[in-house]
Design a protein around this ligand. Structure first.
Ligand SMILES: [Zn+2]
Ligand SMILES: [Zn+2]
Length: 229
């Protein structure tokens, strides 16, 4: 198991108090004494932690190898040359990053005038041939339609994009139908909370529970309630 429990990794120890009854949600939720309606245990914490962060996943796929990355790069450049021949226009090579996480296989990015592709090295690893056949042209077609028409002037998967997909000999499908077990989820954003003695990093899930009054957290060291820092 590579993934250490998050709570330990972050040095954060706190009690988890969950309010079960809706009637307790009237703000401000006072700290006092929720009796048996409150569950407070480190085990619950840890289980929640695992569920929140995706640490429960038994088997994480290995990302694609450098050799496979090279295949993706070659495939991308082949497709750009096809576009070039077909449209009689130069499509400059753009950066390819293998840093996409979560449920998307690929992404075309235009940001501050910079264009690049991001591919998900885990989904590619699990379905390499299919992603080479479909995801790479899908993103290349976004890039080509941006160059040809301007990304703001067209719908992302509209007729311009579809026509380019046809040009590339690929069916213009928008979503893949992949089983994503073993694919790591996106890295969670963390929120910094403080008690009386230290700061604690909470996940978005917990932050939202606090914000909506569904849970409160207390430092195990000083017993202080955590509040957004
Ligand atoms: Zn798309
Ligand atoms: Zn504390």
């Amino acid at each position: 198991m590579q993934s250490a429990p998050k709570a330990g990794a972050l040095g954060a120890r706190y009690w988890f108090h969950r309010v079960f009854k809706k009637s307790w949600l009237h703000p401000p939720v006072k700290r006092a004494f929720l009796g048996s309606a409150v569950e407070a245990s480190a085990c619950t914490m840890r289980r929640h932690e695992g569920t929140d962060s995706g640490d429960d996943q038994m088997l994480i796929i290995d990302p694609i190898t450098p050799k496979q990355q090279q295949q993706v790069i070659v495939r991308t450049s082949d497709l750009l040359q096809q576009c070039q021949r077909h449209f009689g226009q130069v499509f400059k090579p753009v950066d390819i990053q293998f840093d996409l996480r979560g449920r998307s296989s690929g992404m075309y990015v235009l940001k501050n005038g910079r264009r690049y592709f991001r591919f998900n090295p885990f989904i590619f690893a699990k379905y390499f041939d299919d992603n080479l056949a479909t995801t790479v042209p899908h993103e290349v077609a976004h890039y080509a339609s941006d160059i040809l028409f301007g990304i703001k002037n067209i719908r992302p998967h509209g007729k311009e994009w579809q026509a380019i997909m046809h040009t590339l000999g690929v069916e213009p499908k928008v979503t893949g139908n992949y089983d994503l077990s073993g694919i790591p989820l996106k890295r969670q954003r963390h929120f910094t909370y403080a008690c009386h003695c230290m700061t604690h990093q909470l996940t978005t899930v917990r932050h939202n529970k606090i914000a909506t009054g569904k849970a409160r957290y207390f430092c195990q060291k000083c017993d202080g309630q955590l509040s957004l820092n």
